[in-house]
Design a protein around this ligand. Structure first.
Ligand code: IPD
Ligand code: CA
Length: 272
């Protein structure tokens, strides 16, 4: 039996505090110089010392204030302090956009979300380079710098700027490139900016109209997905499935069906 969980706003306050400290560490470590510490799934899937240090800092900070919560992080996986009896699970990507971070491109973020009984209820995404910070709570809207966010009102897929991303596996990338080759004639343009959490946040404020990607992990989409949904985007997978590793589509209501149907025709969730 789980204890009653804190309100989303309370979890968000913790998340913001922890994410700001984490982003400060990532920013400082970037200034000191970055190099590849290891590779993961493929030679291009890199991890830096900062990815690990930042996640460790987040885990320690959360443990201090919420010792009974479970955690899931990109670098250290699942951990549950004291049996995770609280019903709360934190999902952390210490640096989303690690390749941008490595190259000094200002599009990388700390992403931290809180789930209660399996539902994401609070999330923060903070751009490490620019300090832009997006937040959301379930039912409480999506926000950046005190401004409530609304997604694009575009209704024509042919006028839509669509963000997406690629996995690290070469065979998957080839499939994803084939999908783009068939999609790009039917949209305004494609953006591949390099950090899924930030892509979802840009969609939340209409700086891109929509976003889709195959192969996202929970830490890539948890916080950004809530920000997007709370800004009015429909965030889902193909054929009525929830958004997940097979496909995440985040589109304004009027664009969801046309984008979904194109992606289904192109087998965007298929391939390796
Ligand atoms: C990656 C980025 C990228 C997306 C990949 C993710 P990472 O996360 O979000 O934009 O296309 O699917 O794996 O490796 O930088 O944390
Ligand atoms: Ca990462």
């Amino acid at each position: 039996m789980t204890r009653s969980a804190p309100a989303p706003a309370e979890l968000l306050t913790i998340a913001i505090d922890v994410a700001r400290q984490a982003a400060a560490t990532a920013h400082r470590m970037r200034a000191e110089g970055v190099s590849v510490a290891a590779t993961k799934s493929t030679v291009t899937d890199v991890v830096t010392a900062a990815d690990r240090a930042v996640e460790r800092q987040v885990l320690d900070a959360l443990h201090r204030v919420r010792p009974d919560d479970a955690v899931l992080g990109e670098e250290y996986g699942a951990g549950a302090a004291d049996g995770a009896i609280s019903g709360v699970r934190w999902i952390v990507d210490p640096i989303d956009g690690t390749v941008n971070y490595l190259y000094g491109l200002p599009y990388c973020a700390v992403s931290l979300a809180a789930e209660v009984d399996g539902e994401v209820v609070a999330g923060v995404v903070r751009n490490v380079a620019t300090g832009e910070e997006w937040t959301a709570t379930a039912g409480g809207g999506a926000w950046r710098d005190g401004q409530r966010l609304r997604c694009s009102t575009e209704v024509d897929l042919g006028q839509a700027l669509v963000a997406t991303g690629f996995g690290y596996d070469p065979a998957r990338r080839s499939h994803q490139a084939r999908v783009i080759a068939e999609l790009i004639p039917h949209v305004r343009d494609i953006r591949r900016l390099g950090a899924a959490a930030l892509d979802l946040c840009l969609a939340a404020e209409g700086r891109v109209d929509a976003y889709y990607e195959k192969g996202l992990a929970a830490w890539d989409q948890a916080a950004g997905g809530l920000v997007a949904a709370e800004a009015g985007l429909r965030v889902a997978g193909l054929g009525g499935l929830p958004a997940g590793p097979d496909l995440v589509i985040a589109a304004p209501p009027a664009l969801f069906a046309p984008l979904h149907d194109r992606l289904a025709d192109l087998d965007a969730s298929g391939g390796p």
